[in-house]
Design a protein around this ligand. Structure first.
Ligand SMILES: Cc1c2[nH]c(c1CCC(=O)O)Cc1[nH]c(c(CCC(=O)O)c1C)Cc1[nH]c(c(CCC(=O)O)c1C)Cc1[nH]c(c(C)c1CCC(=O)O)C2
Length: 365
C-alpha cells in the first residue's frame, strides 16, 4: 500500500468506532455536486462519467467542498457513482441528466448479457487511481470515504433502466422470479466486495454502502432480498482485508427508509455505522440499535431551503436528540439523504457551523 500523509483530523473514524468525540464529525452525502458553482464549471467542460473516469478531475471535484468549507468538513467522499458497478458488469449507462440504461435486464434470460466474470481492477481501476491521488492531495486534512451501491438498489436500476415511481419491473422480478433475483443480487454483491476491498487498498479510510431504494421494500422483503446481500458484503470485505493483512476500516450502511429493520441491522448486518434518513427520530433509532453501532444522519435535506433560522433551530433539535444530554458518542452528523442542487452553498456552510456549535461537548442544547 502507498504511504500517505498522516491524518490530522480523525473525528470521523473515532465516531465510527463508537467513541465519544469532542463534537460530532460532519459531512454530507453528495457534497461534491451540482449545488456548487465550481462543480458546475467542471461539468460544463466534461461529461459526468468522464469526470468519474479521469482521476485528476475526480480528485478536483472531491476536493472542491473540502477547500470551500476548510476547517468545517470532517470527511471527503470520492467522486464516482453507484452505477459504475452495472457498467463493470457489462451494461451501458448514460447520464442525461438522470441515469438511463439503453438495454436493461427485462427477464432472467437477459442476465446472459452480463460479463461471466468481472475483472474489477481492469474495469474500475480508474476509481482506485482517483482514490490514491485524492488521498495524497488531501494531505491528511480529513479522511477519505469510499463507497458503492447496495445490490438491491443496483438490481433495481439494472432492471428498471433508470429511476422509477412504481418499481413495476424490479418488483416483477422479485415476486415472479425470487430465486433468479436472489442469484443476481449475490452476483452483484460479489462485484461490490472486490470493488470495496480494492478501494481500501487504494486508500479509502471508511466505506459506505448506499441502499437508497431500501425504502421500496416491506420489512419482510428487505430481510428476504436486500439483507443477505449486504451481510455478504460486510462479512466478505472484512474477511478479505484480514486475509490480505490490511487493517479493517469502518463500514457504514445507509439503507434509506429501512427504519423498521434498524434493530435487525444493528445486531446482524455487520456494519459499524447505520445511516438514518429523517423519517426516524434519532432517540428512537438509538433505542432500537442499542450501543452496538454508530449512527449517521439525519437532517431533512429540505431544511436547507428554510433559511438560517430554520437551519439553526433544526440542527439544535437534531443535536439534542442524538446526544441525549451527553457528549456526542458514536454519532456522525449528516443530512438524511443527499444535498439537493438548489441549496445555497452558504446555507450549507451555516449548517456545518451550527453542527460545530451545538454538538460540542459542554454545549447544552
Ligand atoms: C441512487 C444513487 C446514484 N448515485 C448515488 C446514489 C446513492 C445515493 C442517493 O440515493 O442519492 C451515489 C453518488 N453519486 C455521486 C456521489 C459522489 C460523492 C458525493 O459527493 O456524495 C455519490 C456517493 C455523484 C453524482 N451522481 C450524479 C450526480 C449529478 C450528475 C451531474 O453532475 O449532472 C452527482 C454529482 C448523477 C446521479 N447518479 C444517480 C442518480 C439518481 C443521479 C441523477 C440525479 C441526482 O443528481 O441525484 C444514482
Amino acid at each position: 500500500m502507498t504511504d500517505f500523509p498522516p491524518l490530522k483530523n480523525d473525528l470521523l473514524l473515532r465516531a465510527a468506532k463508537g467513541e465519544e468525540t469532542e463534537r460530532a464529525p460532519v459531512w454530507v452525502m453528495r457534497q461534491a455536486g451540482r449545488y456548487l458553482p465550481e462543480f458546475q464549471e467542471v461539468r460544463k467542460k466534461h461529461e459526468f462519467f468522464e469526470v468519474c473516469r479521469t482521476p485528476e478531475l475526480a480528485t478536483e471535484v472531491t476536493l472542491q467542498p473540502i477547500r470551500r468549507y476548510s476547517g468545517l468538513l470532517d470527511a471527503a467522499i470520492i467522486f464516482c457513482d453507484i452505477l459504475v458497478i452495472p457498467q463493470a458488469m457489462g451494461m451501458e449507462v448514460l447520464m442525461n441528466p438522470g441515469p438511463s440504461f439503453p438495454d436493461p435486464l427485462r427477464t432472467p434470460a437477459d442476465v446472459s448479457k452480463l460479463h461471466d466474470t468481472v475483472d474489477v481492477q481492469k474495469e474500475l481501476g480508474y476509481v482506485y487511481d482517483a482514490i490514491t491521488m485524492t488521498r495524497k492531495e488531501l494531505k491528511g486534512e480529513v479522511p477519505l470515504i469510499g463507497f458503492c451501491g447496495a445490490p438491491w438498489t443496483l438490481f433495481a436500476y439494472m432492471i428498471e433502466g433508470g429511476g422509477s415511481k412504481t418499481f413495476q419491473l424490479a418488483k416483477t422480478w422479485l415476486f415472479k422470479y425470487p430465486e433468479e433475483s436472489k442469484k443476481l443480487l449475490l452476483r452483484i454483491a460479489d462485484v461490490c466486495i472486490d470493488f470495496l476491498v480494492g478501494q481500501v487498498k487504494a486508500g479509502a479510510q471508511l466505506l459506505q454502502i448506499f441502499d437508497s431504494w431500501a425504502s421500496e421494500l416491506s420489512p419482510h422483503d428487505f430481510h428476504e432480498f436486500s439483507f443477505p446481500s449486504i451481510v455478504h458484503i460486510s462479512t466478505s470485505v472484512k474477511r478479505k482485508l484480514a486475509e490480505a493483512h490490511i487493517p479493517a476500516v469502518p463500514m457504514t450502511l445507509f439503507a434509506k427508509g429501512a427504519n423498521q429493520s434498524l434493530s435487525l441491522l444493528s445486531s446482524k448486518a455487520g456494519y459499524d455505522v447505520l445511516g438514518l434518513d429523517w423519517c426516524v427520530d434519532p432517540a428512537t433509532a438509538r433505542l432500537l440499535v442499542g450501543e452496538n453501532v454508530g449512527l449517521q444522519g439525519n437532517l431533512d435535506p429540505g431544511v436547507l431551503y428554510g433559511g438560517r433560522d430554520a437551519i439553526e433551530r433544526e440542527v439544535k433539535r437534531m443535536c439534542a436528540a442524538f446526544r441525549q444530554g451527553k457528549a456526542p458518542k458514536a454519532w456522525i452528523a449528516n443530512l438524511g439523504h443527499g444535498i439537493t442542487p438548489g441549496v445555497d452553498p452558504e446555507d450549507l456552510r451555516f449548517f456545518f457551523e451550527c453542527v460545530h456549535k451545538y454538538s460540542s461537548k459542554g454545549t447544552s442544547v
